[in-house]
Design a protein around this ligand. Structure first.
Ligand SMILES: C[S@@+](CC[C@H](N)C(=O)[O-])C[C@H]1O[C@@H](n2cnc3c(N)ncnc32)[C@H](O)[C@@H]1O
Length: 386
């Protein structure tokens, strides 16, 4: 898929775009300074300007922002929207904003990267009483029954065997079923009403533990097997304006997550199915491995993301605090480029100096190494206005 197909494709998500348009008009007040992190083709920045913003900072780390700027010029927004290329938090903007728009969430809403990003946005880019779009999210959970989903996770058409092409693949199964994966689900895959696990507000530093921890229970009105849990989030874009990402709602590109029960858990009529989901916390408080369990009638099935990562003891030893890492070839080249980037040398001079240290590089390869090593690492500021 080309970059333009990707971004124009998002314009086809009419339900999502119109919900954001309504929310932005409800939240932005005349004269507001608005920061949109991840502007893509500029859609929400244009809506913010239409809603009366005095100044909009429309930021994206990818070159798509050049196209957004051209669209802004053609549509008469050039005087109110500044398009900037760069990754927040490496990119600085000259003023704190009254409104922050951000929606590049992980399918499970918060991962380590966007927890840190949201903290930084509030601390360094926003006024104390910031308004955000979205303003709130809820993690939702529901049990599923679906051979189609099970096939999507296990990859084999015949769900009763691990023997395919005459080979028994069963040692790989544990890794497959312990991975929380995104699968397109439909509302019929759900066998009970969803339960809200936790809630996150975006106008304060998110507490990922509160969002990604919880228990739910359902009294089942039909007997059958449970294939796992569907996990998704609903967004409150502006007070009262909800956008659901439930299976079948298809609002956009965030997707749902499947947490498998393997083997499936059989549940009788009238029995209570209990589920718990929780994410371990890393040292810095950001969410780590996801673990889940389902229990009914004394039978329990568990899953844990950690068990999905094929790692030998040797790999794990390499991650220990006592291990001594050594730079590989790529790391060494990157290290040289970074130390040659002294604020005085030009790109051409850095590439030449790199060739001096690594004579095996052609000048074209040296230039490519310099570009690759500096991509997203050099200071970007207002000077990066596109
Ligand atoms: C899912 S796209 C949404 C684009 C646009 N808001 C829309 O609805 O069409 C998310 C965009 O956020 C950008 N992005 C994510 N994190 C960012 C960051 N920290 N700084 C700048 N851009 C970021 C990505 O490059 C991507 O273009």
């Amino acid at each position: 898929m080309s970059m333009m197909q990707h971004y124009r494709g998002m314009l086809a998500q009419e339900k999502r775009i119109e919900a954001f348009r309504r929310a932005i008009h409800a939240v932005v007040r005349p004269g507001d300074r608005v920061l949109e992190v991840g502007t893509g083709l500029g859609t929400f920045a244009f809506f913010a300007a239409d809603a009366g913003a005095g100044r909009v900072w429309a930021v994206d780390g990818t070159p798509i922002v050049h196209v957004a700027k051209a669209i802004g010029v053609v549509n008469g927004y050039a005087d109110r929207i500044e398009f900037l290329r760069g990754w927040i938090p490496r990119l600085t903007i000259p003023e704190r904003c009254d409104v922050v728009i951000f929606e590049d969430f992980a399918p499970r809403l918060l991962d380590a990267g966007n927890v840190r990003l949201l903290e930084t946005l509030l601390r360094d880019y926003a006024v104390g009483e910031v308004r955000t779009v979205p303003c709130r999210a809820r993690l939702m959970l529901a049990p599923i029954r679906s051979d189609r989903v099970r096939r999507a996770v296990l990859s084999f058409a015949d769900l009763d065997t691990e023997v395919v092409y005459g080979i028994d693949w069963s040692p790989s199964r544990e890794y497959a079923v312990n991975a929380p994966v995104s699968v397109d689900m439909v509302s019929d895959d759900l066998v009970a009403d969803p339960v809200a696990l936790g809630e996150v507000r975006f106008d304060r530093a998110p507490d990922p533990r509160a969002a990604l921890h919880g228990t739910a229970e359902w009294r089942m009105d039909r007997a059958g097997s449970i294939d796992g849990l569907a996990l998704w989030f609903d967004l409150e874009l502006a007070p009262g304006e909800w956008l659901s990402n439930a299976p079948g709602a298809e609002p956009g590109s965030w997707g749902n997550t499947v947490l498998m029960a393997d083997p499936p858990l059989s549940v009788g009529v009238g029995e209570v199915l209990r589920a718990s989901v929780g994410s371990s916390a890393s040292d810095d408080g950001t969410p780590g491995w996801l673990a889940w369990s389902l229990e009914a009638g004394g039978r329990t099935v568990q899953g844990n993301e950690f068990a999905a990562a094929p790692a030998s003891l040797h790999d794990l030893a390499g991650l220990s605090p006592d291990a001594v890492p050594r730079l590989g070839r790529h790391g060494a080249l990157e290290c040289d480029v970074l130390s040659l980037t002294d604020g005085a040398r030009t790109m051409g001079e850095i590439a030449e100096a790199l060739r001096g240290a690594h004579p095996e590089l052609s000048s074209e390869l040296a230039q490519r190494e310099v570009l690759a090593a500096l991509q997203g690492r050099v200071e970007t500021s207002i000077a990066n206005k596109v």
